[in-house]
Design a protein around this ligand. Structure first.
Ligand code: BGC
Length: 270
């Protein structure tokens, strides 16, 4: 990592879904820059404690909290626990996300609801609790020039329609206007809200798309940069959006996708 280990010193971060994949990568990057990190997880306590242990081994500060981000009482309890232990929150990474794929006419209401609940309602509930604390506390100039920062994990599928994944694509399209609307509403209070839209990042959520040579070759046809992304690509972007280096950036989506949104099929067609 090339940035300073004190870039986020004194800041308290919450990463939802921080026990695996992109969330775990972001938790490690924020901690490496000096933030104290809450690693939220839904079910895999061992994985969350491993991330905490990794942060502590590098002399960082972290602890894990179990909560379902789609449940209001659990989210409120999580913020309560975080504020009891760390005093406040400066950075929320709204990362928890799931896929439950099915052809449109076969998609059950339950699979629709589950994905919307985690990917969209979860971001609403966590952002609302974070914003309340940012407004209560205000700017602490020795910590950050913002009263708080929220990073919403979106996807290239906030703009790319995705057959067989209507619940997921709809949730990410929703995240875009959730993010931009609250960015507009809270900017006067010095609260910055942005999204990261990853492309194909090798994590458990999309393992079948990259874990065989045939699948990887097919996936690479969609990526002009000709490599599958890794969690560090997203971790570095998250650090920038969390830090005062991006102080004038709010309401925007940073696509970290190796060019996936550049309509690669048109490179030699059309
Ligand atoms: C999805 C992955 C997919 C990627 C690119 C992500 O948002 O979670 O499964 O590989 O988009 O299509």
């Amino acid at each position: 990592m090339s940035y300073s280990s004190t870039l986020l010193a004194g800041q308290k971060a919450l990463v939802t879904g921080g026990s695996s994949g992109i969330g775990a990568g972001i938790a490690l990057h924020l901690a490496a820059c000096g933030a104290a990190v809450v690693v939220n997880y839904l079910s895999d306590a061992d994985a969350a404690h491993q991330i905490v242990a990794q942060i502590e081994a590098a002399h960082g500060e972290a602890f894990a909290i179990q909560a379902n981000v789609g449940r209001e009482e659990e989210v409120q309890a999580m913020f309560g626990q975080m504020c009891d232990r760390f005093g406040t929150i400066d950075i929320l990474v709204n990362n928890s996300g799931i896929q439950k794929d099915a052809a449109f006419v076969e998609m059950s209401l339950d699979d629709w609801n589950k994905v919307i609940e985690t990917n969209l309602t979860g971001q609403f509930l966590c952002a609302r609790e974070a914003a309340k604390e940012f407004l209560r506390r205000g700017v602490q100039p020795d910590i950050s020039s913002a009263a708080g920062k929220i990073i919403c994990m979106s996807s290239v599928h906030q703009v790319i329609p995705w057959a067989g994944h209507v619940n997921y694509a709809a949730s990410k399209g929703g995240v875009d206007l959730l993010m931009r609307t609250i960015a507009q509403e809270l900017a006067p209070h010095k609260i910055r809200i942005n999204s990261i839209a990853p492309g194909a990042i090798a994590t458990p959520i999309n393992q079948s798309a990259w874990d065989s040579p045939a699948a990887a070759a097919k996936l690479l046809q969609l990526i002009p940069a000709k490599r599958i992304g890794n969690v560090d690509d997203i971790g570095r972007a998250a650090v920038w959006l969390a830090s005062d280096d991006s102080d004038y950036v709010t309401g925007t989506t940073l696509f970290v996708d190796g060019g996936m949104t550049l309509y690669p099929a048109f490179a030699e067609n059309g």
